[in-house]
Design a protein around this ligand. Structure first.
Ligand code: SAH
Length: 238
């Protein structure tokens, strides 16, 4: 039997109606009917089994049966900081990072960054994170935030046990990614890359330069590659 369909609901109560958007999807696309079992999650890590009690114009009514423990969260808490990318590339990175298990995402502007951010784009990125969490069966949704400067972004990750700065112009990685500790911050630049001053700033703030090899990767490739290595070392892949 297919797993119950998953729905996001920010405020889960025993008897409730799904949001207009989730109800539309449940009704028109998934064609749910009374008695169907569904899973609800609120993004905080909690997950609930529920049963559809009502399919009406005003939305889908559900009755929550029990709370389940989600075991899909990584033990290592990973914070991705990524330069704002052009087109829909930032969305791609948010989607893949969520699938790979990151806990928080920061998008920043830096010297050679050509893309801009606004409230609408940020809202969209948070929706992408929510959709990705839903699809990959995560009960936690990483929050996406915007930092106006690289320095603000780097300071937001300063408490992490391991701080990695993917730098395209260094030839040797300064830190072992193995044994990262409980919290990791991973920084990847935008299409334009970083300046020497930005790298020096990151070093001053305790970040270690990481090389991802002799080829220059696109920012989105670099982010996915670095996160894959971190998650692998954290024992999360396989
Ligand atoms: N415009 C730059 C490339 C930027 S690549 C140039 O022409 O040199 C975008 C980002 O991906 C970089 O800032 C870095 O964070 C990451 N990246 C790409 N290739 C990398 C590599 N070989 N090692 C480390 N980081 C890399």
């Amino acid at each position: 039997m297919a797993a119950p369909k998953r729905f996001f609901a920010p405020d889960i109560r025993e008897e409730m109606t799904l949001s207009a958007q989730e109800s539309r999807h449940a009704k028109n696309v998934l064609r749910l009917s009374e008695g169907d079992e569904v899973t609800l999650f609120d993004g905080s890590g909690k997950e609930y089994s529920a049963v559809v009690t009502h399919v009406g114009k005003e939305g889908i009514g559900v009755h929550v049966v029990r709370e389940n423990i989600s075991d899909r969260e990584p033990k290592t808490w990973v914070f991705l900081l990524i330069g704002a990318l052009k087109g829909d590339k930032t969305e791609l990175v948010v989607q893949k990072a969520t699938e790979l298990g990151v806990s928080r995402i920061g998008v920043f502007s830096s010297r050679y960054c050509a893309a801009y951010m606004n409230e609408k784009k940020l809202e969209r990125l948070n929706r992408v994170a929510c959709e990705a969490a839903k699809q990959c069966l995560r009960a936690s949704v990483p929050r996406v935030e915007y930092y106006k400067t690289l320095e603000d972004a780097l300071r937001a990750g300063s408490e992490c046990d391991t701080k990695l700065f993917a730098c395209e112009f260094i030839t040797e990685t300064e830190s072992d990614i193995i044994d990262t500790g409980a919290t990791v911050c991973a920084v990847v630049g935008s299409e334009g890359g970083f300046t020497g001053e930005e790298y020096a700033l990151a070093q001053r703030l305790g970040y270690c330069g990481v090389s991802l090899g002799r080829r220059i990767l696109r920012a989105e490739t670099a982010a996915i590659a670095l996160l894959s290595v971190i998650m692998h070392e954290a024992g999360e892949l396989g």
